[in-house]
Design a protein around this ligand. Sequence first.
Ligand SMILES: Cc1cc2nc3c(=O)[nH]c(=O)nc-3n(C[C@H](O)[C@H](O)[C@H](O)COP(=O)(O)OP(=O)(O)OC[C@H]3O[C@@H](n4cnc5c(N)ncnc54)[C@H](O)[C@@H]3O)c2cc1C
Length: 442
Amino acid sequence: MRDNHNYDVIIIGGGISGTALLYTLAKYTNVHTVALFEKYNEIATVNSNAKSNSQTLHCGDIETNYTLEKAIKTNKTATMLENYGKLYGYQDKYMFKVPKMALGVGEEEVAYIQKRYEEFKKDFPYMKLYDKEALRELEPALLKGRDEDEELMAMGTDERYSAIDFGEMAKSFVRNAQKGNNNIDIHLNMEVETIEKIGSKYKLTVNSKPYFANYVVVDAGAHSLLLAHQMGHGEDYSCLPIGGSFYYSKVDILKSKVYTIQNPKLPFAAIHGDPDIVHDNTIRFGPTAIALPKLERYHHAHFIDFLESLSPCSEVVEVFYNLLADDDIREYTIKNLMYEIPGIRKQLFAKEVQKIVPSITEDDIEFAEGIGGLRPQVIDKKNKKLLLGEAKIDTGEGIVFNMTPSPGATSCLGNAYEDAQLICKYLNLEFKENQFQKELVQ
Ligand SMILES: Cc1cc2nc3c(=O)[nH]c(=O)nc-3n(C[C@H](O)[C@H](O)[C@H](O)COP(=O)(O)OP(=O)(O)OC[C@H]3O[C@@H](n4cnc5c(N)ncnc54)[C@H](O)[C@@H]3O)c2cc1C
């Protein structure tokens, strides 16, 4: 470890975003020294951990909240992570070909699936259309106890890697970046308290000690915007932390990831059933979506940090007002609140799950305690709207802040690619584009 605490690049945050950038810099640039600071004693204990998210590599083919355009874009970054996994032989270790499908129930949704299949088949040629009989074979639990007259159709595949342990992938990024490279320092248990610009450098204070960098990337999850605000950046953004919980079921086991059809008015993805890749013979249903006054779901978190990153003002109030003025969103918000309340939550959530597995009862599911995470959704105050995907603040002054709600884990290498380009341009370094394209893109 260096004595002089001076680095070309410092990355703040050891989740999948920060570690993917570390790997990209180590493998595809001639950057000399890089440090990664993580406040906990391990890599990926927060949102990137397998316990916290849905473990889905979002390719856009079953996510009915994505347009074709967004699906094509997401698929590109998903493919990068898939290619990375293949490069190191992580098939069936950290990434799995769990069959997956988007399920339409009832006449309207079935028509929607047929239309979407036609629209998507050119860009996603491996997708298949499953009628009721095919589904009876593939996933009997979808039909057991269902009214025989109810229409059912799905589009899906068993050909893609669809389930990823993002936490293990993050750890592998660190290992592979460090292989044969002595110029990378990983500082665990070290929380960056403040960042200051001093001349052309950045001074970070960690445990009352200074560290210096020519370029800083903040990949600190929900804390990214807080750190930006503390430096006077990103004042046009607020962070609305949305917690997501899951329910477990060990009965009527699904073999596939089953996604339901999105109500286009709702800001968060519809619930889905996913075989848990780190918990044998368990299906997870969820996630729920509930606004929480904290920046981390299950770690110690300060209310004051939440307030600072929300930075309430009339624009934020207007965004909330407009959201809650819509009947569907109001009903969705109340329902999701109730899915968290012990005593009533199981009975209510079982109704939600029955759309996928009709025979399931409240006795078959349990609230998954300690499982789930938090999505740092960004409010654009200028345009008075809730942004649904990721957001980046590129100051152009040698510091970047990334806010990474879903599908942030899937797009980690896509974001790392963008940030590595910014770093190389700013520090006048080389980016090995051909090698990156050959190994991760094609
Ligand atoms: C319920 C739920 C389901 C999801 N499902 C999916 C899914 O199926 N597929 C998908 O692609 N995405 C999914 N996501 C989103 C995905 O989990 C995140 O986008 C991704 O994990 C973000 O990674 P990250 O590295 O940016 O942040 P994190 O994993 O949150 O890591 C940030 C790190 O920064 C550290 N940190 C914070 N402040 C400091 C500081 N001051 N100093 C040092 N370290 C600091 C934290 O300790 C943490 O380790 C889901 C999210 C939730 C909540």
